[in-house]
Design a protein. Structure first.
Lengths: 45, 187
């Protein structure tokens, strides 16, 4: 019973964190860091 | 793609230090209605970033999905700040054909390479636009962190409001002294 409760809490927390992470992503927050690598690849293309 | 998980991780670390394990139990009680809409919006943004196609359509889809999600969860603390951040970001992206403008000056802080104005950065929602060319340039990605992390990523005012809203939501949720009953909306 106790393990089930702990698993339930972990699952609910992970779900909330996942949704909030996707909310940040979808809301326009920066997706990728290190623009340097991105710029280098665009110059090399 | 670490900047967002690290940002969220820092917020959760601070909340954990302040509220302990009880905070995580309270987080488990958080009810986010229609979370699938956020998943849809997130997928739309990923398609936008990876393909660069149908930018405007994907932007509209994201706005509708997040708008409905925000409305259904409007009673949660911090959601209004999240909505403000999203509105600011999408206002500037909508005004610039679905792309987030980043100025050459900001880019110079982050990379020694010169990129032509008007270039879309691959694997990014950004397009290099100077203040004369961009619409609503002050809402674009122009804020960089000081120190060694300054070259990692550029933020916008909308990003700060968005992160502020999520921070408030987590802080209030994890720090509650008693469980508040949130009536189910749109269930």
């Amino acid at each position: 019973m106790k393990n089930h409760t702990v698993r339930h809490v972990i699952a609910r927390c992970l779900m909330a964190i996942g949704i909030l992470l996707l909310l940040l992503l979808a809301g326009g927050a920066p997706h990728f860091e290190t623009f340097d690598a991105i710029i280098k690849s665009s110059l090399g293309a | 793609m670490l900047v967002l998980p690290i940002t969220l991780g820092v917020i959760l670390f601070i909340c954990t230090c302040c509220f302990g394990r009880a905070g995580w139990r309270r987080l488990a009680s958080l009810e986010l209605h229609r979370g699938r809409l956020v998943v849809l919006a997130g997928l739309a943004q990923l398609v936008h970033v990876f393909t660069g196609q149908s930018r405007f359509f994907l932007l509209i889809l994201t706005i509708i999905s997040l708008g409905i999600f925000g409305w259904l969860n409007r009673q949660l603390p911090g959601i209004w700040l999240v909505a403000l951040g999203i509105a600011l970001n999408f206002a500037v992206m909508g005004a610039n054909q679905g792309a987030m403008p980043i100025s050459p000056t900001t880019l110079a802080h982050m990379s020694a390479d010169q990129v032509e104005v008007g270039s879309a950065l691959p694997l990014s929602k950004n397009t290099v636009l100077d203040d004369k060319t961009a619409a609503l340039p002050w809402l674009g990605d122009r804020l960089v962190m000081p120190g060694p992390f300054g070259s990692a990523v550029a933020w916008s005012i909308g990003d700060l409001a968005l992160i502020g809203g999520v921070s408030r939501l987590l802080w209030v949720t994890m720090g509650r002294t008693r469980l508040n009953h949130h009536p189910k909306v749109g269930a």
